[in-house]
Write a protein that binds this ligand. Structure first.
Ligand SMILES: [Zn+2]
Length: 245
């Protein structure tokens, strides 16, 4: 049920969304952010949902559908997987997605991506996939991927809308604005294939140190803040102008 607070928020900062067309004459790249068991599969770990969640299951369905279309067209796809060394915690969060555990692997509906030739998989140990793509020598796997594939439009999906998706979008747009990501022109966040987690205030107040994180509210804020940086927010992605995906 959508609370009165969320209705108020959506009235105060309405979010205009648009259709985005994947045209044949430009290269669109798809970026999947952390659609992994540790964040999306019920009971899979400290940061996994405790019970099934409509926003998260809808995000997985839309992600799988879109990823399949990108793969059929052999368009470039990049997959970020949150993966932490056991001795390097990520404050303020409890241990999660330890390297080698199934928490840090793609959800079952997306596991097939590991075998696709057009897919680049990047394990990262921080929120921001752009920063997580930096190698020890200073090169950046994501920047190289954009340039090598001559990507002009990036479609970003995944979790969490207001954390790892937003951080990645902010860094990418800053880098684009500085001229580091040519020929990239557009960064699109596809809202129906994004999700975040739910910790209502009444739950957070009973857990020491926990921050309230009402799902609908934070999802909306994440999209809104991405738009503030210049991202397009899409509520549908169309292939070839005619085929609604
Ligand atoms: Zn993490």
């Amino acid at each position: 049920m959508v609370s009165q607070t969320v209705e108020l928020l959506k009235n105060e900062i309405p979010l205009e969304q648009e259709s985005v067309v994947v045209a044949e004459d430009t290269v669109h790249g798809l970026v999947l952010v952390d659609i992994i068991n540790g964040f999306c599969t019920v009971g899979a770990g400290n940061l996994a949902p405790r019970e099934s969640n409509r926003q998260i299951s809808g995000m997985i369905d839309e992600s799988a559908r879109l990823a399949r279309l990108f793969c059929e067209k052999k368009l470039p796809v990049m997959v970020f997987l949150d993966s932490h060394h056991p001795n390097k915690p990520e404050d303020p969060y409890p241990p999660h997605c330890i390297i080698g555990s199934d928490e840090s692997n793609l959800v079952p509906a997306l596991r097939w991506l590991e075998n696709e030739g057009n897919v680049t998989i990047r394990r990262k140990d921080c929120f921001d996939g752009f920063v997580g793509s930096i190698e020890e020598d200073g090169s950046n796997v994501f920047v190289d991927w954009v340039k090598k594939n001559k990507i002009t439009t990036l479609v970003v999906i995944g979790v969490c809308t207001d954390i790892c998706v937003l951080d990645f979008v902010c860094s990418t747009i800053s880098a684009k604005n500085r001229g580091f990501l040519e020929p990239l022109e557009n960064v699109v966040v596809y809202s129906r294939a994004c999700a975040t987690f739910d910790v209502p205030l009444e739950v957070a107040t009973n857990i020491k140190g926990a921050l309230a994180h009402p799902q609908e509210f934070m999802h909306h804020m994440g999209l809104y803040m991405a738009k503030e940086r210049g991202a397009k927010i899409a509520n549908e992605v169309l292939f070839d102008a005619a085929k609604n995906v």
